[in-house]
Write a protein that binds this ligand. Structure first.
Ligand code: DGJ
Length: 793
């Protein structure tokens, strides 16, 4: 609901209230964002205005050494007021929301309120950019939009702000549009997407930092007088700093306390800044990174900033995560695959790397089929002369020497086996050693007169140039048409350097990076609309472009090139703060792991990967029968629980050395729990598994699938039981281990939801060095267990 009561405007979601006021100068004062005041359509205007009066700052005297706004308002200093949007030059020295230089070189701007319009049941979205969908699962109007118009008269600029509230979510989305109504070109230096001025200090900012194979590590920073910036300047939203952040209190926990989750629907360089002013007011900003950005706005033209989303929760980080997950599932994901179960797949990359050919591919496919998988992805190495990563990107024709049947042929062969074909592509890139580059060296980003810097031996095609986008639409469209694929993995393995578009004049080069992103979106839009049934997966050397912008086109993203189960548990936990599990694709790979050389058990690799869109990425044909049987079991278990894992409510019950997760079905009748330990410790206290998110009034069965314990795990302790001496790792040791299996612990309890959530199940004790029986949980380094919860009559 959105209400305007005189000069006060309030936006209400089911559990939150957002309030602002138009001052008599025309500035928009931000009053409040937080827990709902319970206002609805029937609340008298007078009550709303009285509350807004009580919240508004009182400006009684000028503050020393600040700028008074004007003679009539000597006590109004823009430096110490919570503003809905800010600019430069009229006394607010804080980080601005919008900055531009008019044709006379002036950078002073001052946007004042002109009009507020409430668009009932309507949503306005930025042009050429990804946007949140209006249709939710609520009743009546799915959403309402507040359309504010502000104007800077001297510069003849109009600023429009759009805020949308949704019936089925507490998320508010917003974006800004700047229109040049003057007769002169405007040099826009920034137009951000979201400003959040909070009346107090004492905030922390959680950001998600990382690198290749080390994505999404949460870092908590104190917001203080020195501004903090979380930004990307590598051309993509980046593994360095994800655009999802959280503002929260120092004592906020997983289950309690105030948090504001903030994210941007944008896949290029982004910028989030937070700082307090001298009076303890906090400003947060988010949008396209202003670093290196300029945009020449001709008379009559407008510029749209990307859409941003914000969500307040008083229920800690978990509250934010579940609210964001629901919003992403309902309003960001779209198309055929929005709610569809994602197929279990086998990917050829870590199975064969570049050493892939039709024979090997089909052998892998047959094994995948035997294990119950649904799709096989032909990763890098299928096209042109692509023998390694030094060549052939851009030459998107199948290498017939490697694949004599062509893409159509292998797709048909897979179909006959009941499998779908997935295909890897990296459309945005070109290798210098390629037919494409030799024919069109002018189609790349290239700083004039400079040697090009290298990144995985490839260059960026100039997607800022519409003719390149057009070329790619045709070329990639033809590949997908020919291949008859049901899945596409869209990779992007180079960060930006030498940023310069030969298609743009010198004064517009500051537009290149953003124009690239616009070109990318137009390419993704055309191809996803042309192939609506294809499941597209985003990828950028793993998670170098994991954001809501990509998720508006591709419903899942390869979370990381790191497939080590322990690293993945941390990385997936990082994503889970802002993104639902179904969006993160996760694979079981071989050991020693290719990124860490760590050995983890097959069950732990599966137990982590199943909390995502599951795949396998290893040479199945080389696995011993016992392992293949285990994989078969895993795939069938995943299919049984897939809808819960992909669409359930996710709770991080514990993080750190021990990871405890639970994912609960929407109807609360089923749940899957994970217990994972990084490093074992001796003589551990009892482990209680306290669930969350269940129905307290239902009865549930909590159980595990008991697993046999491998005698080899006990090393030479075997001699404490064996009547004859067995040398560790000897043939005899192995032979005995093969036939003699120890029973693993059993958990099987039928209790109430209330008991399961409040007291929890005391699990069988972990091995402690003083004995072992079938009631002992053999819990070594990197061990894990899945527990299943099912409502019973
Ligand atoms: C990087 C991706 O993240 C990998 O999964 C794989 O597809 C390679 N590129 C292929 O070059």
């Amino acid at each position: 609901m959105i209400r305007r009561c005189g000069n006060d405007i309030v936006l209400c979601t089911k559990h939150t209230t957002y309030a602002m006021r138009v001052l008599d100068t025309g500035h928009l004062e931000h009053l409040y964002y937080g827990a709902s005041f319970g206002w609805d359509e029937r609340t008298p205007d007078a009550d709303i205005c009285a509350s807004c009066d009580a919240m508004a700052a009182r400006r009684v005297f000028p503050l020393g050494n600040t700028i008074s706004y004007d003679k009539e308002h000597p006590a109004l200093t823009l430096e110490n007021i919570c503003l809905e949007i800010s600019s430069q030059g009229k006394g607010d020295p804080r980080d601005p929301f919008v900055a531009a230089r008019t044709a006379d070189g002036c950078a002073t701007l001052d946007f004042l309120f002109e009009d507020a319009e409430i668009l009932r049941g309507e949503k306005v979205s930025p042009e050429g950019l990804p946007y949140a969908l209006a249709e939710g699962h609520g009743d009546g109007f799915a959403c309402d939009t507040l359309h504010l118009t502000l104007r800077d008269m001297p510069a003849a600029l109009k600023l429009e702000l759009f805020y949308t509230v949704y019936d089925d979510s507490d998320v508010i989305s917003r974006f800004a549009r700047l229109i040049n109504e003057s007769k002169y070109p405007l040099r826009l230096e920034r137009l951000l997407s979201l400003q959040m001025d909070l009346p107090d200090d004492g905030w922390m900012l959680s950001v998600f930092h990382g690198a290749w194979v080390r994505e999404m590590k949460r870092e908590v920073l104190k917001v203080g007088s020195a501004r903090i910036v979380n930004a990307s300047s590598v051309g993509t939203s980046s593994s360095r700093s994800n655009p999802f952040v959280m503002l929260h209190r120092p004592d906020t926990t997983e289950t309690a306390g105030e948090v504001i989750g903030l994210n941007l629907l944008y896949s290029g360089d982004h910028y989030e800044s937070a700082g307090t002013n001298a009076w303890g007011k906090t400003r947060f900003l988010s949008g396209i990174s202003p670093e290196g950005f300029t945009w020449m706005l001709a008379p009559g033209e407008h510029f749209d900033a990307p859409e941003a989303v914000m969500l307040w929760s008083g229920e800690g980080f978990g509250g934010i995560s579940r609210g964001m997950h629901r919003f992403v599932r309902n309003h960001i994901l779209r198309g055929t695959w929005k709610d569809r179960p994602r197929p279990v797949l086998l990917n050829t990359w870590e199975a064969a790397y570049f050493d892939i050919n039709e024979d090997r591919f089909l052998k892998l496919a047959r094994c995948a089929k035997d294990c119950g998988m649904e799709l096989v992805v032909l990763d890098d190495g299928w096209f042109g002369e692509r023998r390694d990563d030094t060549r052939a990107l851009g030459d998107w024709t199948v290498n017939k020497k490697k694949f004599p049947s062509g893409l159509k042929g292998i797709s048909r062969k897979l179909k006959e086996m009941g499998l779908g074909l997935g295909l890897w592509i990296e459309p945005e890139m070109v290798s210098v050693d390629s037919e494409l580059y030799r024919a069109h060296p002018d189609r790349i980003m290239q700083a004039p007169g400079r040697e090009h810097a290298e990144g995985r031996n490839q260059r960026l095609l100039d997607l800022a140039d519409p003719s390149v986008v057009c070329y790619l639409t045709e070329t990639i469209g033809a590949v997908l048409e020919e291949a008859d694929v049901s899945y596409v993995k869209w990779d992007m393995n180079r960060i930006f350097s030498d940023v310069y578009s030969p298609s743009l004049p010198p004064e517009r080069q500051g537009e290149t990076a953003h124009r690239y992103v616009l070109g990318l979106y137009s390419l993704m839009k055309t191809l996803t609309e042309r192939f609506p049934d294809v499941l597209f997966e985003g990828c950028a050397s793993g998670g170098n472009r994991f954001d809501l912008g990509i998720l508006c086109y591709f419903p899942q993203i390869w979370g990381s090139d790191n497939t080590d189960a322990i690293c993945r548990a941390r990385i997936q936990e990082g994503y889970s703060y802002g993104y639902p599990l179904s969006c993160v694709s996760a694979h079981v790979s071989s050991v020693p792991n290719h990124q860490t050389l760590r050995e983890t058990g097959l069950s732990t690799r599966f137990n982590v990967a199943c909390f995502g869109s599951l795949g396998y990425e290893l040479n199945l044909c080389d696995l011993p029968k016992a392992a293949l049987d285990a994989v078969k079991e895993q795939v069938s278990l995943y299919k049984k629980w897939r809808s819960v894992l992909q669409n359930g409510s996710f709770f991080r019950l514990r993080t750190g050395n021990t990871h405890k997760w639970i994912c609960v079905a929407e109807d609360k009748k089923r749940a899957v729990c994970l217990l994972l330990q990084e490093l074992a410790q001796a003589n551990m206290p009892d482990e209680r598994f306290r669930a969350a998110g269940l129905d307290p009034s239902l009865r549930y069965r909590f159980y595990n699938i008991p697993r046999a314990v491998d005698l080899m795990d006990f090393g030479d302790l075997v001699n404490t039981q064996s009547p004859v001496h067995i040398r560790q790792n000897s043939l005899m040791h192995r032979a005995v281990a093969k036939v003699y299996k120890l029973d693993g612990e059993t958990e099987d309890h039928t209790v109430s939801g209330s008991m399961l959530m409040n007291a929890g199940i005391t699990l069988a004790p972990a091995y402690a060095g003083t004995g072992f029986n079938d009631q002992t949980r053999c819990f070594t380094d990197f061990s894990s267990r899945l527990y299943f919860v099912e409502a019973v009559e």
